[in-house]
Design a protein around this ligand. Structure first.
Ligand code: SAM
Length: 934
C-alpha cells in the first residue's frame, strides 16, 4: 500500500452492478433498537445464485455497501476498494469497529453472528463471563476482516495474524476494553446494563452435532474419526469444541475460514488450538507460514502440522483439529448446525481437487477422471472446463482465471510438431499411464502433452489459440502461466482446452506426491508460493489416486468374457460407449472360509453412464476392460484399492466400509455391462489424419473451381450444413452475385444463418443476394432452375443409395447447372483410417458401425462405384464428368480420401419448366444500396 495515496477503482456496488445489472436487487430493512431513538438499517442483496444480508448500520448507504462487499467475498472477487483507504485509516476503523462491537446497541441489535457470540459469552460464569475470543472477532466480522486485509493481505491464509491485529487495535481502547493476551480474548471493562443482559434470550436447546476429529500424527497419516459435540443448553459451543480438543475454553481456538458444504448446504470450519511457538524461535514470521520442510517446521512449532486439516481448509493447522458445521447466522440468535459425517468430510476434500470437481459432476467418484482433452461440447457432461477452473480457483482462494485468445500462430506449426516429436521420442509410454509431461519451452510457459494425446496433435496452422494465467488472490503471484500451442477452429474450444490444461496441471500438483522423487519437477517461484500457502499436501496428501495397475482378471468371476492375456482394444478411441457398472469393496472369500461368504459393500453404481474412449475421462481399468468388450457383454474384475479417502467419500456405510478396509481388503470389484457403442465422429477422425482438415480441403477445392468459372453468377450448395462453403465464398472475390444454401436440418441452417450474418460485408465479395432454404435436395424447387453452379459436398452418402441416384437425376434434369461438384467418401480409403488406434475395430458386433466413417452414412462407395454412378448420370444428361479428390493421392492406391466428381454441362437444352416451390426461405439477405461492398 503506497503511503496515503488513494487509487481510483470500482466500488463493490459498481462491481456488482457491472456483473449482474438488473439481476442484483437490494432491499433495505429497518431495524428497531429500543435503546436507540434513530433507526438502523440492514440490507438484503439478492443475486441469481444466492443472497446476503449486511451488518446493521446507521446509514442505508453503508448497509448496501456492506451487502455488496459480502456478496463479492462470496463470489471470491476482491475489489480494489481496500486500496482506497490507507493503513492508518484501516487501524482507526478497526478501533472504532471494536468499540462498536462492545457497545450496548450492538448487543441488542438483532441477529449479527458476532452478537450471538457476545451473548453466549455473557452466559458463561466466572472469569470467562463476557470474555470474547479474539478468533471470533477476527473470523466473524466483515469490517474487521477487511481492515486486517488492508494492513496485510496475507491474513487470508493466516488467522493468527488477524487475531494479533484485533488485539493491537483493541489495545488502543484501554478505557473501554480489557485485552487478555494470555487467554487471547477481549472483554468490556464496564459491565453491560443489567436490563440488556436480562433481556438476552437464554433458551437455547441442547443439541448434539456430529463432527470429525482429525488426530494429528507425528508420523504417517492423520487419523480421522467421528466425534459428537454435545452442546447442552446454555453452553457456548466454542467451549465444547475446545474441551474436545483438550483445551480450557474457546479462546484457545483458531477458527479457519469456511470451506466446503455438508449435503444440506452448511459451511464447515476447522477448529484447532493456537499453535505454540518453540521458545528457541522468536521469529514472528513463523506464525501462519508452513515451513518448507519438516526440519523447519519442528524448529518453529511445538505442535506438528496437520496436513489433512490444512489441506481441507487451505490454512495452516497445527495439532489436532475438529471439522464442524456449527455456528450463528444472520437469521436468528439460535445456533445453526449440521452433521459433518466421515463421508461428507471426505466428499468435501475430494471436491477440492480439479479431478474431484469433475468426478462429482458425473456422479462417479471412483469411475470418472478428469479428461485430458476437450473434444466436443455434446460429449462433455457436467460443468465445462472453464467453469470448473473458476470453481477451483474460488475454492483455492486464487483470482479468477485470465484467458488470452490469439488468432495468429506464435511459431510455425512445423516447429510445434518438431517439439512435439522430440518430446514423444524421449518418452516411453504405457498406453494406460496417464502421466503428464512437461514441455520445457524457452519461456516460462508450459505445454502438457499426454501420452495418449497423439490424436490431439496441433492439427491446425491457424485458428484460435488460448492461454490462461492464474494469479494469487492478491494478484501478486503468478501461479500458473499456461500457453498451450494448439490451434482450434473455434474460440470456445481453445478456451475450454486451455482451462482443461490448467486443471490438469493443478490435478498433477495434487497428485505429485506419487511422482518419482528422483525426477523432481521444477516449479516457478509463484507456483511454490502458492503451494506453500495453500499447503498442497506435501506430507499427507489425500484423497490421492494411486497409480492404477492393469486390472487383474479373475477368471472364476469373469462372466461371458474370455480371458485375454494380451490387451486387444476392439472399440476405437473417439467412440462413445455407454455402460452400467457397480464397484464394491470386498474381503477375500478365503478369510471367511468357514461360512463361505465374503463381506462386501457396494461403493458406487451407475445404471447408465456414457464416456468417450481415449480422452482419459474414465478410470483406466474400466476403460481398458470396456474397450475389449462387445455390446451386451458383462465383465467382472478386481483392481487395487484407490486411496481410502476416495472410497470413504463414496461409501454408504462409512463405518462398515472402513472396517472392511482395515481387514483383508482384496481390492475393488467392478461389474460392468456394455450397453452400447457409437463410433467416433467422422470429423474427429478426419481432423487427426488430414492437415488441413479434410472438410477444409473439400471447400478449398470447390472454391478454386468456382473462382475459375468467371462467368458464373448463381450458385446453390445442396446440403449446405452449417455453411462452410458459403462462408468461404464471403471471403474471396468471385463473379457470384447470388448464393443459396439448401438443407433439411433446421439446426444446421440456423448455424449457417448466424455465421453468414456475422460475416456479411466483411469480405471482398460481389454478392447481392444470399438465401437459405429449408428443404430436401431430393425435391426440385423451380427457383433453382438454370443456376450456374451447384455443389453437393459430403451429402449423398447420408441418403439411401437409390435416393442418391434420384438426387443426381433431379439436379441434372431440372436445375441443369453449368457445373456440378459432388464429393463423397472413398470407401477404399477407410482401410488407412482403420489402421489408427482411433479406428480399431476387430469386433464383429461393431464392425457394421465402424466400416463406414460415420454411423450416419447409409453407404460409402469405392472409386469404381462412384465412377459408375457419375459416368452413367453424366451420359444420360449430356454432361461430361471428371474425377478428382482431396486427402491422399489420386495416383496411388487407395486413391483420395474424399472423391470428387465434376460435371460440366455440354449444351443447354431448354426443358419444360415445372413450377414448384417446396423449399421454405428461412433466411435471406439482399444488398441494399449503400451497403458496404468491401
Ligand atoms: C456432412 S454434412 C455436409 C455439410 C456441407 N456440405 C459441408 O461440406 O460442410 C451433410 C449435410 O447434408 C444434409 N442433408 C442430408 N440429407 C439431405 C437432404 N435430403 N436434403 C437436404 N440436406 C440433406 C444434412 O442435414 C447435413 O447438413
Amino acid at each position: 500500500m503506497a503511503g496515503g495515496e488513494k487509487k481510483q477503482s470500482l466500488s463493490p456496488k459498481e462491481i456488482i452492478h457491472h456483473k449482474f445489472v438488473v439481476k442484483a436487487s437490494y432491499r433495505i430493512e429497518q431495524v428497531h433498537v429500543s435503546s436507540q431513538s434513530n433507526c438502523l438499517y440492514r440490507c438484503h442483496l439478492q443475486l441469481p445464485e444466492f443472497s446476503v444480508v449486511s451488518n446493521v448500520f446507521k446509514r442505508k448507504k453503508d448497509a448496501e455497501l456492506s451487502a455488496a462487499e459480502l456478496a463479492l467475498e462470496k463470489l471470491g472477487i476482491h475489489p480494489q476498494d481496500d486500496d482506497d483507504i490507507t493503513v492508518e485509516q484501516a487501524w482507526d476503523d478497526m478501533v472504532e469497529r471494536i468499540k462498536y462491537i462492545f457497545s450496548d446497541e450492538f448487543l441488542s441489535s438483532g441477529h449479527h453472528p458476532l452478537g450471538s457470540h457476545l451473548r453466549a459469552t455473557l452466559l458463561r460464569d466466572g472469569e470467562r463471563h463476557g470474555s470474547v475470543p479474539l478468533s471470533i472477532i477476527a473470523a466473524f466480522d466483515a469490517k474487521i476482516n477487511s481492515g486486517c486485509k488492508v494492513i496485510n493481505p496475507s491474513v487470508d491464509q493466516d488467522p493468527i495474524l488477524a487475531m494479533s491485529y484485533v488485539m493491537k487495535a483493541a489495545a488502543k481502547l484501554t478505557d473501554y476494553i480489557v485485552v487478555s493476551p494470555h487467554v487471547a480474548s477481549l472483554r468490556r471493562k464496564n459491565p453491560y446494563p443489567p436490563a440488556i443482559v436480562e433481556a438476552l434470550d437464554t433458551h437455547g436447546e441442547s443439541i448434539k452435532v456430529e463432527a470429525v476429529y482429525i488426530q494429528c500424527a507425528t508420523s504417517g497419516e492423520e487419523v480421522v474419526d467421528p466425534v459428537i459435540l454435545d452442546i447442552s443448553s446454555g453452553r457456548y459451543y466454542l467451549d465444547v469444541i475446545a474441551e474436545k480438543l483438550g483445551l480450557k475454553d474457546g479462546s484457545q481456538l483458531i477458527i479457519s475460514r469456511t470451506f466446503g458444504k455438508t449435503p444440506s448446504g452448511f459451511e464447515c470450519r476447522v477448529y484447532s488450538a493456537i499453535p505454540k511457538l518453540n521458545p528457541s524461535d522468536k521469529s514472528s514470521k513463523a506464525y501462519g507460514k508452513r515451513p518448507a520442510d519438516e526440519e523447519d517446521q519442528s524448529s518453529h512449532f511445538k505442535t506438528p502440522w496437520n496436513a489433512k486439516a490444512s489441506s481441507a481448509c487451505g490454512q495452516d493447522i497445527h495439532g489436532d483439529a475438529i471439522v464442524a458445521a456449527v455456528g450463528y447466522s444472520w437469521r436468528s440468535n439460535d445456533i445453526e448446525h449440521d452433521d459433518v459425517t466421515l463421508k461428507s468430510f471426505y466428499r468435501i476434500c475430494c471436491g477440492m481437487s480439479p479431478n474431484g470437481i469433475y468426478k462429482f459432476s458425473r456422479q462417479a467418484l471412483i469411475a470418472a477422471t478428469l479428461p485430458f482433452s476437450f473434444t466436443t461440447k455434446s460429449n462433455w457432461r457436467g460443468p465445462l472446463p472453464r467453469e470448473m477452473l473458476s470453481i477451483f480457483c474460488r475454492q483455492q482462494q486464487l483470482a479468477e482465471p485470465v484467458f488470452t485468445i490469439s488468432t495468429s500462430p506464435v511459431k510455425p506449426l512445423s516447429e510445434t510438431l518438431r517439439s512435439f516429436k522430440k518430446l514423444k521420442d524421449s518418452e516411453s509410454n504405457d498406453g494406460n499411464n496417464q502421466c503428464v509431461n512437461e514441455y520445457a519451452g524457452s519461456d516460462d510457459s508450459f505445454n502438457h502433452y499426454n501420452s495418449k494425446d497423439e490424436e490431439e496433435l496441433p492439427v491446425l496452422e491457424s485458428g484460435y489459440r488460448c492461454g490462461v494465467k492464474i494469479l494469487s488472490k492478491s494478484l501478486q503471484d503468478l501461479v500458473l502461466d499456461c500457453s498451450p500451442g494448439s490451434f482450434y477452429e473455434k474460440e470456445s474450444h481453445a478456451i475450454q482446452n486451455a482451462a482443461l490444461k490448467a486443471l490438469t496441471w493443478f490435478g498433477s500438483l495434487f497428485d505429485d506426491l506419487d511422482a518419482d522423487p528422483e525426477q523432481p519437477r521444477c516449479y516457478t517461484k509463484g507456483e511454490l508460493n502458492w503451494m506453500f500457502t495453500r499447503n498442497v499436501m506435501i506430507k499427507g496428501k489425500f484423497p490421492s489416486s494411486k497409480r492404477y495397475e492393469e486390472p487383474a482378471y479373475d477368471e472364476s468371476k469373469t462372466m461371458d468374457m474370455d480371458r485375454k492375456p494380451k490387451r486387444v482394444q476392439t472399440i476405437p478411441n473417439g467412440s462413445l460407449v455407454s455402460i452400467s457398472y457397480s464397484v464394491s469393496v470386498e474381503v477375500e472369500a478365503d478369510f471367511w472360509g468357514r461360512t463361505g461368504k465374503c463381506l462386501r459393500e457396494l461403493i458406487e453404481s451407475n445404471e447408465e453412464i456414457e464416456f468417450e474412449v481415449g480422452v482419459g475421462s474414465m478410470n483406466p481399468h474400466l476403460e481398458s476392460v470396456v474397450t475389449q468388450m462387445s455390446v451386451g457383454q458383462y465383465a467382472c474384475f478386481i483392481t487395487n484399492m484407490p486411496a481410502e479417502g476416495l472410497v470413504l467419500a463414496d461409501a454408504n456405510d462409512t463405518a462398515r466400509t472402513r472396517s472392511l478396509l482395515s481387514k483383508l481388503a482384496a481390492g475393488l470389484e467392478y461389474n460392468v455391462h456394455l450397453l452400447g457403442v457409437k463410433g467416433p465422429t467422422e470429423k474427429r477422425v478426419e481432423s487427426v489424419f488430414f492437415k488441413p482438415q479434410l472438410s477444409k480441403q473439400r471447400v478449398g477445392y470447390a472454391v478454386k473451381l468456382i473462382k475459375e468459372s468467371s462467368a458464373a453468377s448463381t450458385l446453390v450448395d445442396f446440403g449446405c450444413g452449417s455453411g462452410s462453403l458459403l462462408e468461404s465464398l464471403l471471403e474471396v472475390p468471385t463473379s457470384l452475385q447470388t448464393i443459396v444454401g439448401v438443407d433439411i436440418s433446421e439446426k444446421a441452417l440456423a448455424r449457417a444463418a448466424k455465421m453468414v450474418d456475422s460475416k456479411l460485408n466483411k469480405g471482398a465479395c460481389n454478392l447481392k443476394t444470399i438465401r437459405l432454404y429449408d428443404g430436401s435436395i431430393l425435391e426440385f424447387d423451380s427457383r433453382l432452375h438454370g443456376i450456374d453452379i451447384a455443389t453437393c459436398l459430403e451429402v449423398i452418402e447420408r441418403m439411401e443409395e437409390d435416393e442418391a441416384f434420384q438426387f443426381g437425376k433431379t439436379v441434372l434434369t431440372l436445375s441443369r447447372p453449368k457445373l456440378l461438384i459432388v464429393s463423397t467418401p472413398n470407401y477404399e480409403y477407410n482401410k488407412i483410417l482403420h489402421k489408427s488406434s482411433l479406428y480399431h475395430s476387430k469386433d464383429k458386433s461393431i464392425s457394421q458401425r465402424s466400416k463406414f466413417r460415420s454411423h450416419e452414412h447409409k453407404f460409402e462407395w469405392t472409386r469404381a462405384q462412384f465412377n459408375h454412378w457419375a459416368s452413367k448420370l453424366a451420359k444420360s444428361h449430356n454432361y461430361s464428368v471428371e474425377f478428382s479428390g482431396v486427402g491422399g493421392s489420386g495416383n496411388v492406391d487407395p486413391g483420395f480420401a474424399s472423391q470428387i466428381a465434376v460435371f460440366k454441362r455440354k449444351s443447354f437444352t431448354e426443358v419444360k419448366k415445372v413450377s414448384t416451390q417446396p423449399y421454405k426461405v428461412i433466411w435471406e439477405w439482399t444488398r441494399a444500396q449503400g451497403d458496404k461492398k468491401n
